[in-house]
Design a protein around this ligand. Sequence first.
Ligand code: AMP
Length: 273
Amino acid sequence: MEILHTPEELREFRKKLQGSVGFVPTMGALHQGHLSLIEMARRENDNVIVSIFVNPTQFLPGEDYTRYPRRTEADLEICRRAGVDGVFLPKISDIYQSNDEVTLKAPKIKGYILEGHFRPGHFDGVLQIVNKLFNLTAPTRAYFGRKDAQQLYLIKQMVRDLFLDIEIREGETIREPDGLAMSSRNIYLSPEERKRALTISKALKRGAKLSYKIKDVNRLRAEMEKVLDIDQLQYIAFVNREFEPIEEVEHGNTIILIAGKVGNTRLIDNLYI
Ligand code: AMP
């Protein structure tokens, strides 16, 4: 496995690769969720590249950028064992060479609802970094998790709108045995908070189950709120696969999303039903 520190090193490495390239962008602190994407990329491609970069432009002022977990050695070991060919580990100054650069803007509606409403500008930063990484890795396929459903949707839209020649592949959300969606941020949770964080996936399961009897999303939302025990609920939303708000559940074309805070930790989760 090669470790590539600069864009130039990555480009040189990429030039030598033969066959298809699967790319998995991450912010590190790798867990089973990331690993499932890496394994999918491994199965589907001749070569696999993983990037590990905590991207400053997708964090808002006051968010957890400085304390976001960084575990490079453990991450590299996970990549090695998973048969990754190249890991891109750039420095911020190699990625952002000027503070007045050409930028991408997330779409006005779908980039600024839900996550975009609570984290305005977040998706601009996500699209900016993913586009840069796509240009450097020139992948055949790129892998994203449904855990970040709105991000996945917007990346697919970027690929379509900017005519990028990349196939976007999506991975199911990987959960702890008790249902908590895996996230690098789960390590912020105290044992007591973790117990309450579990009510997020419980509420989603309850919503999904009840949706076979109750189609109305307002009634479903009320039922879900009954089991939630978190400190600040930011949203329970029902959208179709195009991220348009819906009033009634349509199975096969609905995503139920929850965001909220447990203590100081902001968590998101969703279910495709
Ligand atoms: P991150 O390191 O949080 O930026 O995530 C990198 C990629 O892993 C993104 O495509 C995420 O959607 C995906 N991911 C994160 N957590 C999970 C999970 N629990 N299950 C599946 N994919 C995940």
